[in-house]
Design a protein around this ligand. Structure first.
Ligand SMILES: [Zn+2]
Length: 228
């Protein structure tokens, strides 16, 4: 799958949107949708107060997930970690694990890790040690088989800011070095990776940015080799 990783904007087609929150990708050697989960209005807020666990099977959010799954017979749905802005679920791996469980934990459910959201929710992934710790925590909470896709974005907002502000690759707080660390994480090999940035012209990532991501992946791998 080396020639499709990271996936490039020109080979990704956004086929379908689900309430503006779920994106359906194909054409990158994978077919899946990703979705950030929001607490739904009063029901969600009430549930957050009442439930010990972050989510329960009766929550509006899990019903939304069930409905999204029911819209096709086979398309996988990857729940995306969030930046932790108000109302979002999935800022921590325990929340994602609880969501997966509450949604029934079926085989079509997976997790998508977004580099910007990780950083904004307080995970410092700029250096390999931090990245390793994050993946360890993710696997311990949701199981390694659940991690199925990646979103690459730099972050215009600070570590732990809980602000979802994508920056072009290398232009944000992660910087080239941080993006290189994310892209060279060995346990991400063979996962589809989607670049979601606005790009220089605000038309989405251009081939130059895609090439930069490939170059950063190579740099990250070289740096990791030098460390060992
Ligand atoms: Zn994303």
């Amino acid at each position: 799958m080396a020639d499709t990783w990271p996936a490039t904007a020109p080979t990704i087609e956004i086929l379908w949107r689900y309430q503006d929150e779920s994106r359906h990708y194909h054409g990158i050697g994978a077919d899946f949708r990703t979705r950030e989960v929001l607490r739904k209005g009063a029901i969600g807020r009430d549930c957050a107060r009442r439930c010990q666990a972050p989510v329960a099977s009766s929550c509006a959010e899990t019903i939304v997930i069930a409905e999204a799954l029911a819209e096709s017979e086979s398309c996988p749905l990857h729940l995306e970690n969030t930046a932790g802005a108000g109302g979002t679920l999935g800022r921590s791996f325990s929340e994602l694990a609880a969501l997966l469980e509450a949604a029934g934990g079926g085989p079509r459910l997976g997790i998508c890790l977004d580099s910007c959201h990780l950083y904004a929710s307080g995970y410092d992934i700029r250096e390999p040690d931090g990245m390793t710790a994050v993946v360890d925590e993710c696997f311990a909470a949701v199981g390694k088989d659940r991690l199925r896709s990646l979103h690459l974005n730099d972050s215009a907002a600070g570590l732990g800011s809980n602000k979802d502000r994508h920056a072009n690759v290398g232009d944000g707080e992660l910087g080239r070095r941080g993006c290189a660390t994310f892209l060279s994480e060995p346990r991400f090999d063979a996962l589809p990776c989607v670049i979601e940035t606005q790009g220089k012209e605000r038309q989405g990532p251009d081939p130059e940015e895609v090439q930069l991501a490939w170059n950063l992946r190579k740099q990250g791998i070289r740096r990791r080799r030098r460390r060992n």
